[in-house]
Design a protein around this ligand. Structure first.
Ligand code: PGA
Length: 249
């Protein structure tokens, strides 16, 4: 069975001082029963990867360009992430979709670029509040999943993160039934497309996961871990979430 995954997305937070929290997370989880991934800002990738080298915690990036190199000022490519010691890259986060007009086709190209560089693509999908209130959630999820996921996706190179846009950073969390409905739906779509091996593709829930709600979310079927923003910045918040996931593994 694939191991569960506790992933942290530091977003545009953290200078070198934040590496103390990374150290603390590493120290607190010497032999974790789940996979742990931290995605710091690009400026910290190399140092974070060096600091965690040989430890049971992987480092990832928050985005990559779809091309391996070229005239793209300000961007970083998937081979650069791999060269820095990264093992994964988040693609299609709703903040990228919103702030940088990223669409499903571009997200798929980035996921493909990540896989081509030997990285795991953490592909984010999720509906807005308007879409949920209009009853469009499953249609939106189906379309995002279909177009954003490369045909070559496997359990080894792909993680799906279901992140309702309205739950990110808001303190609002869907009901457990709402989470179950979407996660079961994603699993079915993955199996329809990729066959039974898609049972192993991890489906993370993301959006206001905290120490206080992690255990109940992790008990939901087809929730294989979490993508955590705010609560991944401090060891004291992230450790209890890792522990709650371990308790279900
Ligand atoms: P949050 O962010 O945990 O702060 O809601 C989650 C995410 O955007 O990945």
């Amino acid at each position: 069975m694939t191991r569960k995954l506790a992933a942290g997305n530091w977003k545009m937070n953290g200078t070198r001082a934040a590496l103390d929290d990374l150290n603390a997370i590493v120290s607190a989880h010497g032999d974790p029963g789940v996979d742990i991934l931290i995605c710091p800002p690009a400026t910290l990738l190399t140092q974070a990867a060096a600091l965690t080298s040989g430890k049971p915690l992987d480092i990832g990036a928050q985005d990559c360009h779809s091309y391996p190199s070229g005239a793209h000022t300000g961007d970083i490519s998937a081979p650069m992430v791999a060269d820095a010691g990264g093992r994964a890259v988040i693609v299609g986060h709703s903040e990228r979709r919103e702030n940088h007009n990223e669409n499903n086709d571009l997200v798929r190209a980035k996921a493909q670029a990540a896989n081509d560089a030997g990285l795991i693509a953490v592909i984010c999908i999720g509906e807005t509040l308007d879409e949920r209130e209009n009853g469009q959630t499953l249609d939106i999820i189906a379309e995002q999943l279909k177009v954003s996921t490369p045909d070559t996706a496997t359990a080894d190179n792909t993680v799906i993160a279901y992140e309702p846009v309205w739950a990110i950073g808001s303190g609002k969390v869907p009901s457990l039934d709402q989470i179950r409905e979407v996660h079961d739906f994603i699993r079915k779509l993955l199996i329809d497309r990729f066959g039974n091996s898609a049972q192993g593709i991890r489906i993370l829930y993301g959006g206001s996961v905290k120490p206080g709600n992690a255990a109940e979310i992790f008990a939901v079927s087809n929730v294989d871990g979490a993508l955590v923003g705010g609560a991944s910045l401090k060891e004291s918040d992230f450790s209890p979430i890792i522990n709650a996931l371990e308790a279900t593994a």
